[in-house]
Design a protein around this ligand. Structure first.
Ligand code: PRP
Ligand code: URA
Length: 211
């Protein structure tokens, strides 16, 4: 991948769990648990540049200066519906994060993103924003979400997905080259209905058991 702000996680635990998710025989219960587990494992890398500040702390033995996270808010923005499946897993490691919701679905014919809901924390512009969606196919939904977040003044944005298609990476690079993309896998291509190949099917349906 020619872009220096695209990060693909090759950690064995992530790869193993993602392969289980790809199996069409994996149950809704297991799929939902795996989405959360992979999301938790991804947080470690996604947050490795969070700002730290010095803090004086008295241990039972001595007083010294230690590193703690700077007082900068983190906002998770799941793209409905499937992004919701990742929220709990990320909150495990960043329990103080706020959650803004972005409702976007793809038009079944054109695959263009259709926005239907947006509720963000009032001061989202000042926070580190982590956009969550397991599937990054044409990239339309994620780019639309990032458009709205930038309109609100957000400038520190990260896109986190499980499976990306090359088409989505290209689109994000064209429309939002400043936004780093973190994914567990970069798959081959899209099929004629803009599903990721080999992918894992419809993530929303598999998380919520709607098909
Ligand atoms: C899926 C998925 C992403 C989007 C990815 O949502 O969860 O949001 O498609 O495709 P894109 O990169 O081509 O935009 P879907 O439209 O199925 O909505 P749903 O989660 O509400 O079912
Ligand atoms: N949305 C999904 O849920 N899966 C895909 O492969 C593409 C879009």
């Amino acid at each position: 991948m020619p872009y220096d702000n695209v990060f693909i996680f090759d950690h064995p635990l992530i790869q193993h769990k993602l392969s289980l998710m790809r199996d069409k025989n994996t149950s809704t219960k297991d799929f939902r648990e795996l989405v959360n587990e992979v999301a938790t494992l991804m947080v470690y890398e996604i947050t490795k540049d969070l700002p730290l500040v010095d803090k004086v702390i008295e241990t039972p033995v001595a007083t010294d200066t230690f590193k703690v996270l700077a007082d900068k808010e983190v906002t998770l923005v799941p793209i409905l519906r499937a992004g919701l499946g990742m929220v709990e897993g990320v909150l495990k490691l960043i329990p103080t994060a706020r959650v803004g919701h972005m409702g976007v679905y793809r038009d079944p014919e054109t695959h263009a993103p259709i926005e239907y809901y947006c509720k963000m924390p009032a001061d989202v512009a000042d926070s580190i924003v982590i956009v969550l969606d397991p599937m990054f196919a044409t990239g339309g939904s994620a780019c639309a979400a990032i458009d709205r977040l930038k309109e609100r003044g957000c400038s520190d944005l990260r896109m986190v997905c499980m499976v990306a298609a090359p088409e989505a990476i290209e689109r994000m690079h064209k429309e939002h080259p400043d936004v780093p993309v973190y994914c567990a896998a970069l798959d081959k291509c899209l099929n004629s209905t803009a599903y990721i190949v080999p992918g894992l099917g419809d993530a929303g349906d598999r998380i919520f058991g709607t098909k």
